[in-house]
Design a protein around this ligand. Structure first.
Ligand SMILES: Nc1ncnc2c1ncn2[C@@H]1O[C@H](COP(=O)(O)OP(=O)(O)OP(=O)(O)O)[C@@H](O)[C@H]1O
Length: 199
């Protein structure tokens, strides 16, 4: 089977139907972009696949050879990191991903995203792109085989956006991480994804 198989997913909020019979496969190490206009239900889809929202119809199967039931929910990277704790340093923001993380694991993730030299800074001392790289490092230390990215670079300037798109592709390739990215931006989907799925 594929890494993740979504079959006939349907989801409504009251009378509002967002997802109807939606199916999707994600293969190991694959980068899949889900595209659609604002409000169509992209974040809702991500929350369901990521195990945060369990109230849906349909089935989602996670390859038991890979996950063995322990890897869900998956790490998320959201648009611009309000998710960083402003009073903690870069390395401590990564550390909150897991109690048993070693300093070596944290350092390795920070090096992967080019932030090791900035590890003692606070979020207020970082650019938007650097904050997103902290979020990526925090997702990396989870050592998940899947990462979920929700409009991750929408608030960045075009130059920083394309640098981070390339970084995410490199991380996916070098570490074998499947990426599911939701975006309303076709150029972002085309720049990053092996496959684009329209909603
Ligand atoms: N918890 C909720 N309760 C009720 N309605 C909700 C809830 N979450 C989402 N919705 C509804 O679902 C719609 C789609 O939300 P969602 O965030 O999934 O869309 P999206 O495609 O990611 O949009 P955007 O690109 O603007 O983030 C919203 O407009 C809202 O009406």
């Amino acid at each position: 089977m594929k890494l993740i198989e979504v079959r006939n997913l349907s989801k409504s909020f009251g009378k509002e139907t967002l997802l109807k019979d939606f199916s999707l496969d994600i293969g190991e190490g694959e980068i899949v972009a889900v595209m659609g206009p604002s409000g169509i239900g992209k974040s809702t889809l991500l929350n369901i696949i990521g195990g945060l929202d369990k109230d849906f119809e349909g089935t989602i199967s996670y390859d038991p050879k890979v996950f063995d039931g322990i890897d869900v929910p998956f790490p998320f990277v959201f648009q611009e990191s309000e998710s960083l704790l402003p009073w903690k340093t870069v390395e401590d923001n990564v550390r909150i991903a897991g109690k048993s993380l070693t300093q070596e694991e944290i350092d390795e993730a920070l090096k992967s995203v080019g932030l090791y030299d900035h590890r003692r800074k606070k979020p207020s001392e970082l650019s938007g792109g650097m904050k997103q790289r902290v979020s990526l490092a925090r997702a990396l230390v989870c050592r998940s085989r899947v990462m979920l990215l929700d409009e991750p670079f929408a608030s960045l300037d075009p130059d920083m956006r394309s640098r981070l798109q390339e970084l995410v592709r490199d991380l996916s390739r070098s570490k074998g991480i499947a990426m599911l990215i939701v975006t309303h931006d076709r150029s972002e989907a085309e720049a990053m994804a092996d496959r684009i799925v329209a909603m």
